[in-house]
Design a protein around this ligand. Structure first.
Ligand SMILES: Nc1nc2c(c(=O)[nH]1)N[C@H]1C(S)=C(S)[C@@H](COP(=O)(O)OP(=O)(O)OC[C@H]3O[C@@H](n4cnc5c(=O)[nH]c(N)nc54)[C@H](O)[C@@H]3O)O[C@H]1N2
Ligand SMILES: Nc1nc2c(c(=O)[nH]1)N[C@H]1C(S)=C(S)[C@@H](COP(=O)(O)OP(=O)(O)OC[C@H]3O[C@@H](n4cnc5c(=O)[nH]c(N)nc54)[C@H](O)[C@@H]3O)O[C@H]1N2
Ligand SMILES: [Mo]
Length: 854
């Protein structure tokens, strides 16, 4: 067993050179990066600056100026050209050192076909002709044998590239392959959104934080994961907003807050419900708001636990002509009222509390209660004493926080990804949503609830470029877990036999319980094709690798859920070596699969010209968010995406609340019909009546502690055996696994993966600062060096996700995680909107010093 994990700089360079040799690219790549300002000494050379974007999945989408001399990028510099100066300057050390990847030793230079065993990284370099013919041939074979739907394509977050990703999505739909949506695959889909608001997810733009008076952050590490926009949080605080961070660990964000509330992992729902109890008990809620915009006045039958429908009640008729995704439910003000699902108005005297008897059409009399009454009863349990016991937050603090949050307006709740990447993340979100909704903090400047996860958001219509035919989707978790009896998603009749991935590194990032690796090693996946510019772990398991152009070598259209701009990624240099843009690859493959497919990809056009054509199409057909925006405008700089709020600000549900439009707004690219069925009342819904929610006791938000329905249900024996939560938060030094091999970033970390532990937990195990430890469970293990942190929660191991397996002694940090599927996520299937979401943090483990007990 290898004891030394640490790579010295020399070993690292050797390893990098070896990787280069494997790709057939041996030889020193010399690159020279002059300091900004050095241009004066190079006056005889032409220096060009190209305005483009940094496009990893970090949600920041920073505008970048690439400084180019003699066809080489000499420096990447921050941009500062946003109409709102608050959004500039943008660009962090990761992005500015991306040249280490463009010109680095892991760059894939030519098409590769595997020669050795999967995972060994042994390839031969081939011509494009050979690589494309081979791939097309294998894909045709697999499609003929198992059906085209047994070929899966994962494309990763759409917002970082509508054109190049769109090309492959289009190819997949034309060829009938299964598409895999990255949003639920990544665990980034906060399922409370479709359940409560009927949308994929929403967020305030960071400039709106300046309008907030109270910012309650539940497990979002803004200072690290929204680095460039984090100064707006500090500014908001300097303007007088109170910033409170709820986190089991003292994070950099907690360090900048007015208050850090340490709570037990995955206990946020208990706290939120405790706060909601105070808001309700002390009548601090906004009565008009909840009557107008929520389902709280609607009646629920006590016999069936379903909402009472207008057509069930004697003397009531549902309004005529409702779309199929709407239903008219019933409220009460001395008599039953049919509630129109598209008109947000109810009489002021509508009942919120108590119990009524209603006569049905058949003469039967049933008892019903308004949802507000049921909620009030449910909240009764969440006394400060109970909340203190479940969360570890002192009872007096719970009471104080409840009153503070009820009275502060605008209240802005930020619900972080790590926090909802738990099995009961949906329940936590439904409970947290009560805070802004009960207090009327929705649809107003500086107010609301936001989840800032990856750059997934599709802000405008992409239909014409992405979906020339109706797409077919498969949720990722079924690929790892296997289909379930309760699934509503389609499943390929011969399961998945081939995987094509681009813009992602699934072998490190999505390899739960080592499942994907086993699928590769056992040849369950007969073909694996990767598109990347770096020879990642996933590439090493692939049969074919297509060398992709980096962000600085191709044309793309980029957006983010943070600053709401649409930006052009413009090539600063030509694609290096034999790399090409993905649109080019898709077109070449399309032609080989079926000559008719090629027409979609602007045949005959040079690849950047074709990309520009696609952009023109996207802008022309993109609908109101991009109306009037032109390619020429984008070439000059970033352009704000349009919204219905003044100044095109991004304020979720502004139209619903200000103009009384029914919920939900559209979640692109889905049709309204696909998402509005989640909230049939046209209102914000806290009551879910579908059978699965009833069976699980989750009709209303409730706190359920972690692990009971996941780890202990999977294997009761782990109870007591593994008592540490394995939290894999995001790293400052990487964007997921991108930059894992960035030499500057690794020097900053001394090439050491860290395992963060509370000093008391470590002492109990005889572990000291700097010790090499193994974090393990029955599924896998990972190693790193201990960093003791007194601010860290007890019985929590933090391992920062994103290390390539080669830095982990060949282990996979995700081998400890597991693809749990929560049945409430299976009630509907709308890809990336209502789908089983990955719960990275729902994993138990233990930790030991390396060399002990193995
Ligand atoms: N530098 C950098 N920035 C990134 C990324 C990156 O890889 N690197 N990735 C981007 C992407 S795609 C995403 S999805 C986001 C994710 O960004 P965030 O939402 O900020 O997620 P994390 O950094 O994983 O974790 C945030 C905090 O959640 C806390 N936490 C964990 N479990 C719980 C819990 O049960 N309750 C509470 N209250 N807190 C908990 C952790 O201790 C941690 O401090 O970051 C984006 N930004
Ligand atoms: N245990 C655990 N696992 C996690 C997480 C966690 O918190 N814990 N976080 C999850 C989350 S939130 C996310 S979003 C995922 C992210 O996981 P992935 O989406 O797999 O992200 P990366 O690891 O950054 O992989 C991106 C890859 O795409 C390549 N790439 C970048 N740009 C381009 C391009 O233009 N073209 C092509 N062809 N390739 C490109 C990069 O070189 C890199 O290899 O990880 C998830 N995995
Ligand atoms: Mo993410």
């Amino acid at each position: 067993m290898k004891q030394k994990l640490k790579l010295t700089r020399r070993q690292f360079l050797k390893a990098s050179a070896a990787a280069a040799a494997l790709a057939g690219t041996a030889g020193a790549t010399r690159y020279f990066i002059p300091k900004a300002g050095a241009t004066g000494t190079r006056a005889n050379k032409e220096v060009q600056y190209v305005r483009t974007t940094c496009s990893p999945n970090c949600t920041l989408a920073c505008g970048i100026r690439a400084m180019v001399v003699d066809g080489q990028i000499k420096a990447l510099l921050p941009s500062n050209d946003y109409p709102e100066p608050e959004y500039g300057p943008r660009g962090c050390l990761r992005g500015l050192s991306f040249t280490n990847l463009i010109y680095g030793p892991d760059r894939v230079k030519k098409p590769l076909i595997r020669t050795g065993d999967r995972g060994k990284g042994e390839f031969k370099e081939v011509s494009w002709e050979e690589a494309l013919d081979y791939t097309a041939g294998r894909l045709k074979e697999i499609a003929a044998k198992y059906g085209p739907e047994s070929i899966g394509f994962i494309f990763q977050v759409g917002g970082t590239g509508h054109v190049q990703k769109g090309a492959w999505i289009a190819l997949a739909t034309l060829a009938g392959w299964s598409l895999i949506h990255p949003y639920d695959q990544n665990g980034d889909l906060p399922m409370f959104w479709p359940m409560t608001f009927g949308v994929q997810s929403e967020e305030l733009e960071p400039l709106e934080w300046l309008n907030s008076r109270y910012i309650a952050i539940f497990g979002s590490n803004v200072l690290v994961t929204r680095l460039i926009d984090a100064d707006l949080l500090i500014k908001a605080r300097n303007n007088g907003a109170r910033v409170v961070v709820f986190d089991p660990n003292y994070s950099p964000t907690a360090a900048k807050a007015d208050e850090w509330v340490q709570l037990k992992p995955s206990s946020d729902a208990a706290l939120a419900l405790g706060i909601a109890r105070i808001i309700v008990a002390e009548k601090l809620y906004d009565v008009d708001f909840i009557k107008t915009f929520t389902d709280l006045p609607l009646l629920v039958r006590l016999d069936t636990h379903k909402r009472l429908r207008a057509q069930e009640v004697r003397g009531l008729e549902p309004p005529p002509g409702l779309p199929a995704y709407r239903e008219a439910f019933v409220a009460y003000n001395g008599r039953p009222l049919a509630v129109h699902p598209e008109k947000l108005d109810l009489p002021a005297d509508v009942l919120l509390e108590g119990e009524v008897e209603v006569e049905l059409r058949d003469g039967q009399r049933v008892t019903a209660k308004p949802i507000f009454q049921l909620l009030q009863e449910q909240l009764g349990r969440y006394t400060p004493a109970y909340v203190a016991q479940e969360t570890g937050v002192p009872a007096a603090t719970v009471v104080r926080l409840g009153r503070e949050m009820a009275l502060a307006k605008p209240l802005n709740v930020i619900y972080g990804a790590s926090n909802y990447q738990w099995y009961h993340g949906d329940l936590k979100g439904r409970a947290l949503a009560l805070l802004p909704v009960l207090t009327g903090n929705i649809g107003k400047p500086g107010a609301g609830i936001s989840t800032y996860a990856g750059q997934y958001k599709i802000r405008f219509d992409v239909q014409d470029w992405w979906f020339p035919k109706a797409p077919r989707w498969v949720p990722w978790l079924y690929i790892l877990h296997g289909p379930t009896t309760s699934m509503t998603a389609p499943w390929p009749r011969n399961s998945l036999k081939a995987l094509i991935y681009g813009w992602g590194n699934p072998l490190d990032q999505h390899n739960m319980a080592d499942r994907l690796r086993q699928m590769a090693l056992k040849n369950e996946l007969e073909l694996i094709v990767g598109l990347d510019f770096s020879l990642t772990t996933s590439c090493r398991y692939s049969d074919v690798v297509f060398p992709a152009a980096t962000w600085y070598e191709k044309t793309e259209l980029v957006t983010t859920p943070l600053h709401p701009y649409i930006q052009l990624q413009q090539p600063a240099i030509k694609p290096l070596y034999e790399s090409h843009s993905e649109l080019w690859m898709a077109r070449e493959l399309a032609r080989r699969l079926n000559p008719e497919f090629e027409a979609h990809f602007f045949p005959g056009q040079e690849e950047n010209q074709a990309a520009e054509k696609a952009i023109e199409l996207l802008l022309a057909k993109g609908g109101p968010p991009v109306a009037g925006i032109t390619l020429e405008q984008l070439k000059k700089g970033p352009v704000r995406v349009h919204s219905e709020a003044p100044g095109d600000r991004q304020i979720p549900f502004y139209e619903q609340v200000q103009f009384k439009k029914p919920f939900p707004p559209v979640s692109r690219p889905a049709a309204l019909a696909a998402t509005a069925r989640f909230v049939k009342s046209g209102r914000i819904e806290f009551y879910k009546e579908e059978d699965t929610f009833i069976q699980l006791g989750e009709t209303l938000p409730v706190h359920k502690p972690p692990f009971n329905e996941s780890e202990y249900a999977l294997n009761p024996q782990v109870k007591g055996k593994y008592q540490f939560a394995y939290i894999t938060r995001n790293s400052l030094y990487r964007v997921h696994s991108t930059h894992s091999n960035n030499i500057w970033m690794n020097e900053l970390q001394d090439y050491r993966p860290r395992v963060f532990l509370n000093p008391e937990d470590a002492a109990a195990k005889g572990i000291k600062e700097g010790d090499m430890v193994e974090v393990y469970n029955d599924r896998g293990r990972v190693r790193g060096y201990v960093a003791l942190d007194p601010g860290q929660g007890r019985q929590v191991v933090v391992f920062e996700q994103g290390w390539w397996s080669r830095y982990l002694d060949g282990n996979f940090y995700n081998s400890l995680t597991y693809p749990f599927i929560k049945p409430t996520h299976e009630v509907y299937f709308t890809p990336g909107i209502w789908a089983p979401n990955t719960a990275w943090n729902e994993a138990l483990c233990d930790v030991r010093k390396v060399g002990e007990g193995q």
